[in-house]
Design a protein around this ligand. Structure first.
Ligand code: HEM
Length: 156
């Protein structure tokens, strides 16, 4: 069960990255061409929000009860959390970076419901999604990252 959740959590990064890039390009196009906000834009933003929230729920479970969870594992004898690059990443840097990114995605989607001009919706959402994308990219344990790196596709 835990390993299935980890695979889903890991694969969801690609879904989120594709949807975020789509949301960013649609917001930018809408903002610059002054196009009316439509159901297609709303749907893209909504799918991005759903994908991010599913990943958040699995992540919360993993950080509490997963194989390296706060309640199910412990720091190596004699180390301090902030001095251990592995646990500092998986218990602090990754969750905090991703939670901030998901909050920004939620605020981006929130623009769809705001009673403001369409140009403002697109412009604000563009910035929220763009900063979220940068944070997600910076918080993923890419394979080239020392100690914390994981494969691009689980099991590879
Ligand atoms: C946009 C959101 C997120 C993305 C794209 C993401 C992506 C990833 C990736 C790619 C991995 C490596 C999986 C592997 O081993 O192949 C991972 C691991 C992990 N993530 Fe996330 N994550 C996100 C949000 C979160 C959040 C919000 C938390 C906690 C609150 C979290 C907690 C964890 C933990 C604890 C692991 C290590 C699990 C283990 O090795 O057993 N993640 N994440």
């Amino acid at each position: 069960m835990d390993s299935v959740l980890l695979v889903v959590h890991s694969l969801m990064r690609w879904v989120i990255l594709v949807l975020l890039i789509l949301s960013i390009s649609k917001s930018y196009a809408g903002w610059k061409t002054k196009k009316p906000f439509g159901p297609g834009d709303r749907k893209t933003w909504l799918f991005t929000l759903i994908a991010a929230h599913i990943t958040l729920l699995i992540g919360l479970y993993q950080v509490c009860f997963g194989r390296f969870g706060i309640f199910t594992s412990s720091l190596p004898e004699g180390t301090k959390l902030m001095k251990d690059s592995f646990y500092r990443f998986y218990w602090v840097e990754h969750p905090v970076g991703m939670i901030i990114a998901i909050a920004l995605i939620t605020m981006g989607y929130g623009m769809a419901k705001k009673a403001v001009a369409d140009e403002t919706k697109f412009k604000k959402a563009f910035w929220y999604f763009l900063i979220a994308l940068i944070l997600v990219l910076a918080s993923i344990p890419w394979p080239f990252r020392h100690i914390i790196g994981r494969p691009l596709i689980p099991g590879m």
